[in-house]
Design a protein around this ligand. Sequence first.
Ligand code: CAA
Ligand code: FAD
Length: 380
Amino acid sequence: MDFSLTEEHLMIRDAARDFAQTELLPGVIERDNAQTFPDELVRKMGELGFMGIMVDPKYGGSGMDAISYVLIMEELSKIDASASVMVSVNNSLVCYGLEAFGTEEQKQKYLTKLATGESIGAFCLSEPEAGSDATSQKTTAIDMGDHYIINGTKNWITNGGRSDVYLVIAQTDREKGHKGINAFIVEKGMPGFDIGPKEDKLGIRGSDTHTLQFNDVKVPKENRIGDDGFGFKFAMKTLSGGRIGIAAQALGIASGAYELALKYSKERKAFGTEICNHQAIAFKLADMYTEVEAARMLVMKAAWDKDQGNNYDMSSAMAKLYASKVAMEQTVEAVQIHGGNGFVKEYHVERLMRDAKITQIYEGTSEIQKIVISRGVIRG
Ligand code: CAA
Ligand code: FAD
């Protein structure tokens, strides 16, 4: 067993750290306030290869492994989780979904641009009445021979306003239950496809989240992903990898908060000494470091499983469940260590605390991760 990172992994991590410090940190508070994220930064992330990290270079990707993906996600998330969710959705839901299950024509047409950041992608599973209960899809896709007609509403869609390519899950044959669900590639601008207003959110405020409306949207048959009825399994298999990305995001938010709290505790004085010398604060730091390292092990294990070709349904669920809990708990502690300064935007930890919460909700809530894990445990 070897816990060390390779030279290449260290270089990738340093490149992501450098980008986060020099490009993401300036303006992160303003972007959070204004709920924006400039196209220019997306373009730069594309140039660095962050939009198609694991995609084969023959489709324009960086050809890196899942460990590299996790390292990049952690570094971006320490500074700006709005940037990292954009990266995560584009990489592990959209690019992965197309590369693993798309036709060669779909890969040539869509993946090559998504992997470089020239196009941005969104993954559209959730609906007003089908969140955790994802098989209860109300959006319909009626088979008309050479095309499908899609009708319905998707909500909470990350990159919803800025994407070019939308992977949309819809019900083709209700009688077949989850076996009657399909996944489709919908392009921005297709007639009948409308983007609703942006949500005003607690955290990841730079990331745009929208409701999408589909009114008789005509989608060619060649835009269906996989065989007829593969859509639900497509979503589940893709989400298993996505959960590694969100687990790494949670790890980054937690480790970022820990690093800020450690630094602050060595500078701030109370009762004649730096506050890290008070055991109550020192023990918080000990707990934070231990929890962050434990989360890191689970996140790395899930990425390693993916790289080894092992099944990672359970390891990704465990990594997300645990890392998101650590992110929530330890960002609260980081605010506490900062005292009053923790409560204002300038010190960054209040944003990390607000951003942490979403990691327990999206890509399957913590309760859903427990369903996945418990079923796996019982199945053996
Ligand atoms: N791989 C392959 N197949 C899978 C699978 C997996 N990981 N998980 C389930 N399946 C298959 C099952 O084997 C079953 O097929 P068969 O009948 O042929 O055996 C089928 O899918 C249905 O599975 P279940 O009976 O387990 O379905 P369920 O209704 O009990 O739901 C669930 C299972 C895990 C709760 C699922 O509904 C789920 O994951 N819900 C959460 C939805 C979610 O994560 N949404 C995220 C939206 S994207 C997002 O959030 C992005 C973002 O924020 C940035
Ligand atoms: P519900 O399913 O209504 O759950 C409500 C509560 O009940 C939760 O605590 C849940 O854990 C619990 N619960 C539900 N069922 C069970 C059960 N069987 N056992 C125990 N507890 C249960 N979706 C996309 O498709 N694409 C995206 O890009 C996307 N981005 C998002 C971005 C943001 C900012 C947000 C907030 C959401 C995003 N989502 C996206 C949606 C997200 O995946 C869902 O919000 C999530 O899956 C939960 O669904 P829900 O909100 O309908 O909650």
